[in-house]
Design a protein around this ligand. Structure first.
Ligand code: FBP
Length: 552
């Protein structure tokens, strides 16, 4: 395999550990924090997790290592969407495991949770793992979205673990995967399997965070990658002065990615789904807000601009989510076959018109035809519309175009509007991890092994104080049940980790809110440029603006 110069240089990079983990394995001891309780629904969660609920938070500190000396065989999986730094979690885990006892074994189950079910695995060795240090991607063992949630699946997992003598599993994933890790930990404890389960917080979406988890890994690198591109687009827009760029960024539901990119690049417009929902804005109102910026800038002779659109926005527009619910109902079960058998779009349109309420039909009717058709294309495994496939960047630019045409007809606008569209998602998920993510992920993996070594189960590897230099980071663990509450999912009450949406009272949104009126009309673009891996710390070790504002 031919290596790029950066790849070779990144192999030499030594990720920074929190100060308390730097003295060598023999000098890491545990300091107990208080007992924990879940964020809500305490009695119900406690009843569901009798063996793993309410345990102490812990932090590691310098001191005599008192953990039991025994051979450890640890399994690891990567679960869900790729996020930069996943390889370093595995490397940190491997290094701590081998430093503790060279006889210890790390097994990677391939392709995500399905690898655990199919017993598809590799045993890590130095030569193999060294090729992945400080690199992006999840290709070290692959990932997948199979959900591990039934008792039958757990029994298979335990069986497969026993074949290898695995006594601990590390699950690297987002809120759903870590919810499942907690349920698996409880199962393993209840069945006296002797298998510990530890989670690690991953997702570029940034929605796995709370008072304990300051950010999920991958968010830093992905948003920096998108921000670089958005900054470049802004500079192009400001040079050519002839296009409005509509840039959709990933983030399946929460708008953290969009908000962070806006803080980094100061575009003319950034929509925040959570605000749209809180203000119960209609599609027309959102389009009107964007058109105000287009018109104000056109009045200055600036027929160009940049708008950031979060991927999950449409679900936050109340009238649109009602429309989607009605479409899901319209196509439920066999009705989908009847619909798909209709020969022309005109026939399908008539079917839709007959099935939707008057209100939803009014919303449907204002959508451009390509978006209308997208609502009836691919369905997810539950038969629902895949909202993330909707080209919301095109939807909003089309609505803005109509709005401006109406303004022009009324003599209220006399500019030009030429829109270009971009979708930034996969470009950022496997980038070389920033120094922050390289350090954070390595620390999460290293720390996960220390939790295993000290016998914990049902815990999340926790590294905090992240807005400070790595030396001051605090490593420890907390029971996953602490983050849980009961939510309605697919018609049943389920214990789940609460997803973190953008807080409209939080410092990052407040900063954006205080500045956006000026950004909408002026040209205040900032150009973050590419992630820097080598050079002064103030350029290379920057955290996200979100984290900096939250911790200011
Ligand atoms: P995770 O929640 O698993 O981390 O994945 C997040 C994400 O990157 C979203 O931003 C995006 O909507 C989705 O994955 C895309 O999924 P897929 O990789 O299956 O196309």
């Amino acid at each position: 395999m031919k290596l790029s110069p950066l790849q070779i240089a990144r192999y030499q990079y030594n990720p920074k550990l929190p100060g308390m983990l730097r003295n060598g394995i023999s000098e890491i001891c545990v300091k107990n924090g208080g007992a924990t309780e879940s964020v809500a629904d305490q009695e119900k969660i406690k009843a569901l997790f009798p063996n793993t609920y309410g345990k102490n938070e812990i932090i590691f500190q310098k001191g005599q290592n008192t953990s039991e000396a025994k051979k450890q065989v640890v399994g690891v999986i990567l679960s869900g969407g790729q996020a930069p730094g996943g390889h370093n979690v595995v490397c940190g885990l491997y290094d701590a495991l081998k430093a503790t006892n060279p006889e210890n074994v790390l097994i990677g189950f391939k392709g995500g949770p399905s690898g655990l079910l199919d017993n598809d695995f590799i045993v890590f060795e130095d030569d193999y793992i060294n090729q992945y240090r400080n690199t992006g991607g999840f290709d070290i063992i692959g990932s997948g979205r199979t959900k591990l949630e039934t008792q039958e699946q757990f029994a298979v997992v335990v069986d497969n673990c026993k074949k290898h003598g695995v006594n601990a599993l590390v699950i690297i994933g987002g809120d759903d995967s870590n919810t499942n890790a907690a349920v698996l930990a409880e199962y393993c404890a209840a069945h006296n399997t002797g298998i510990q389960v530890i989670g690690c917080p991953k997702t570029i979406d940034g929605d796995l965070k709370n008072e304990d988890i300051e950010c999920s890994f991958g968010f830093d690198t992905a948003t920096k990658t998108y921000s670089e591109i958005i900054g470049n687009i802004e500079r192009d827009a400001n040079s050519a002065k002839k296009y409005w760029h509509f840039v959709k960024v990933m983030g399946r539901s929460a708008s953290h990615v969009a908000l962070e990119c806006a803080l980094e690049t100061q575009p003319n417009i950034c929509l925040i789904g959570e605000e749209v929902a809180a203000k119960k804005m209609s599609l027309a109102q959102v389009a009107d807000q964007i058109a105000d910026s287009v018109a104000a800038r056109a009045a200055k002779g600036w027929n160009f601009g940049v708008a950031i659109i979060p991927e999950g926005i449409v679900e936050f527009v109340p009238e649109f989510s009602v429309l989607i619910a009605e479409i899901n109902e319209l196509l439920a079960g066999e009705k989908a076959d009847k619909f798909n058998a209709l020969p022309t779009w005109a026939d399908k349109y008539a079917f839709i018109e007959a099935g939707l309420t008057k209100e939803s039909m009014a919303v449907f009717a204002i959508l451009p035809e390509n978006i209308q058709q997208q609502l009836f294309l691919e369905r997810d495994p539950h038969g629902n519309v895949q909202v993330s496939l909707i080209e919301s960047e095109k939807l909003f630019s089309a609505l803005v175009k109509d709005n401006l045409a109406a303004r022009k007809a009324a003599g209220a606008y006399n500019g030009k509007f030429s829109a270009l569209h971009h979708f930034l998602g996969y470009e950022g998920r496997c980038a070389f991890p920033s120094n922050f993510d390289a350090d954070y992920c390595y620390s999460l993996g290293y720390n996960a092994f220390m939790l295993i070594q000290y016998g914990y189960t049902g815990y999340l590897s926790k590294v905090s104080n992240l807005s400070k230099p790595a030396e001051e980071w605090v490593a420890g663990g907390m029971p996953i049940t602490k983050m849980m509450n009961i939510e309605r999912r697919h018609g049943a009450d389920k214990p789940v980790i609460r997803k973190a949406l953008v807080e409209l009272e939080g410092a990052p949104f407040k900063f954006f809110e205080a500045n956006r009126a000026q950004w909408a009309v002026e040209t205040c673009y900032t150009y973050p440029g590419a992630i820097q891996y080598f050079g002064p710390a103030e350029v290379c070790d920057l955290t996200t603006r979100t984290l900096a504002l939250e911790k200011a």
